[in-house]
Write a protein that binds this ligand. Structure first.
Ligand code: BYC
Length: 479
């Protein structure tokens, strides 16, 4: 297999640090996938962005600072390529039945199918998110936000490239077929939907977009971190590098919502009322609507962790394909032979917390890590409310609220974790999840603002700009 270097060769048609030119067959296969990718980007990537000059960061090496190289890039001439973190030749598998053995540089034959499935599932989410967001440029609240949208889109495109590289390089013909299908399934498509639920939901407005990048990209953080522990070293190294980019995506979500909350607080003061009607008339998004959006996006993302008790997940763990969050830092046997983990389950219509064999509960454990991490943003948004003397507080709903995957999928649970009847759910749902009216209102605020230094009325400007530039810098030039 190819030898990896840390520097990226940009003289190649496909920039890479995997010595692609040393493997002509692979290079040709990827070069024949490339035009299909570009066609997909033209058809389903950011609408009408062709020819824009966008101030983007492009990775030039996988060294510490090499990925944060900024400059204007004409869309869609971003150089998508293949970058893996540097190999650690002594790395050993850190968990499961193969713990202590050297990591695999090739796919072990017996694990081919589950490994391919994990890579395909991961890969499928990346173009899905670009499709979900492709219309948002038409209603950007500022040039700064438009630039961030494009930055995230090109990086999700690169993450697709990362998974396609693995499929082409290590899975032969099946891998090439899977790579084609990654461009054929589409978000929300009735016949060929994306694999996971959240990636078929629409992202109709910028509030949904910030929620998505806060909550759903955070699933990406935890899933990628679990895959970065993989015994299949090329997957681990690909995911390590992807994680460096994921941080910015979550930053866009967290600060985006913070700026919305900031603006709402200012309007609360202006209108001297917390009455949603008056806040809306003042041009801001009322706090109840924000909470309902939090509820929706959190629950859709919590579903992405799969079943509470999962034999798939146990197999991934035992076989060394997918570890736990920060596996090597955990203080246990890393085999989970005798340990248990407390799991929320539904028994006879009641929610219970029961100890279960830890190896079957690794999905749930990752979800626990995710929920803890999600709380941090809630605390920061609440700090904004606090600093304005507003009493309202945002909360994360109960993990079983509005779930469609897992043991609570068939029951109705309030945000506080109380099991209720279907009829009660029907009558109270509108207080917990965005209503048509909420969405119509948020939609009505979405207007395109592209003058440097100007910003939509429903959101505050960011505290700082990108790469040391002021926030009102001309991040996108339309030409
Ligand atoms: N929707 O045993 P279980 C990101 C299926 S986000 C639909 O729990 P497993 C990003 C499941 O497939 C990170 N179906 O399954 C973010 C299984 O089907 P079968 C994406 C679902 O495999 C923003 C059955 O239910 N990466 O990167 O342990 C922008 C039994 O479930 C769902 C990954 O997800 C669902 N939500 O767990 C851009 C990592 N959940 O076998 C990018 C790779 C479960 O009955 N994926 N099912 O046919 C995995 O690790 C696992 O596939 C999952 C599911 C954790 C997703």
């Amino acid at each position: 297999m190819a030898i990896e270097h840390s520097n990226i060769d940009y003289s190649e048609r496909i920039p890479n640090n995997v010595d692609l030119s040393g493997n002509r067959r692979l290079q040709r296969a990827l070069e024949s996938w490339q035009p299909n990718y570009i066609k997909w980007w033209q058809d389903l990537g950011p609408d009408r962005s062709n020819g824009f000059d966008v101030y983007l960061r492009t990775a030039i090496s996988v060294e510490r600072d090499g990925w944060a190289n900024f400059g204007f890039v004409k869309m869609p001439e971003y150089r998508w390529g293949i970058f893996l973190a540097k190999p650690n030749l002594d790395r050993k598998i850190s968990f499961g039945d193969h713990k202590g053995e050297p990591v695999w540089q090739d796919v072990p034959g017996e694990y081919r199918a589950p490994l391919r499935r994990l890579i395909v599932t991961q890969g499928d989410t990346e173009p899905a998110s670009v499709e979900q967001q492709n219309h948002l440029g038409a209603t950007c609240p500022s040039l700064y936000d438009l630039r961030n949208l494009f930055q995230i889109n090109v990086e999700e495109g690169r993450h697709l490239w990362a998974m396609v590289y693995l499929l082409h390089a290590y899975f032969g013909r099946d891998g090439r077929e899977e790579a084609e299908m990654l461009l054929e399934r589409h978000s929300g498509d009735a016949d060929k939907p994306r694999i996971l639920g959240a990636f078929n939901e629409p992202t109709p407005d910028w509030l949904s977009y910030y929620m998505f990048t806060y909550f759903t990209d955070r699933d990406g953080k935890f899933q990628l971190a679990a895959l970065a522990e993989s015994g299949f070293d090329p997957l681990a190294r690909t995911c390590q590098f992807m994680l460096t980019e994921e941080a910015h995506h979550m930053f866009v979500g967290e600060t985006g919502i913070m700026r919305v909350v900031q603006r709402t607080c200012e309007v609360l003061k202006e209108v001297q009322s917390e009455d949603p009607k008056q806040v809306r008339e003042g041009g801001a998004i009322d706090l109840g609507t924000l909470q309902r959006y939090i509820n929706l996006h959190f629950t859709v993302s919590v579903d992405l962790f799969g079943q509470e008790i999962s034999t798939n997940a146990a197999t991934y763990f035992n076989t060394g394909l997918k570890g736990r969050y920060l596996e090597s830092r955990l203080d246990d046997d890393h085999r989970l032979t005798d340990s248990s983990w407390p799991v929320h389950l539904v028994h006879d219509g009641r929610i219970v917390l029961e100890d279960r064999p830890a190896v079957t509960a690794v999905n749930e454990r990752l979800r626990d890590d995710y929920i803890k991490d999600s709380q941090r943003g809630i605390d920061r948004w609440n700090a904004v409310l606090d600093s304005h003397g507003v009493d309202f507080r945002f909360t994360l709903p109960h993990r079983f609220f509005n779930r469609h995957i897992g043991t609570s999928a068939g029951i109705n649970v309030t945000p506080q974790g109380e099991v209720i009847s279907e009829s009660e759910w029907q009558s109270r749902e509108g207080g917990w999840l965005p209503t048509d009216e909420d969405q119509a209102f948020v939609g009505s605020l979405m207007n395109r603002v592209t003058e440097p230094g100007k910003i939509a009325a429903w959101i505050a400007p960011p505290a700082r700009g990108i790469d040391g530039k002021p926030w009102d810098y001309e991040y996108v030039r339309f030409n």
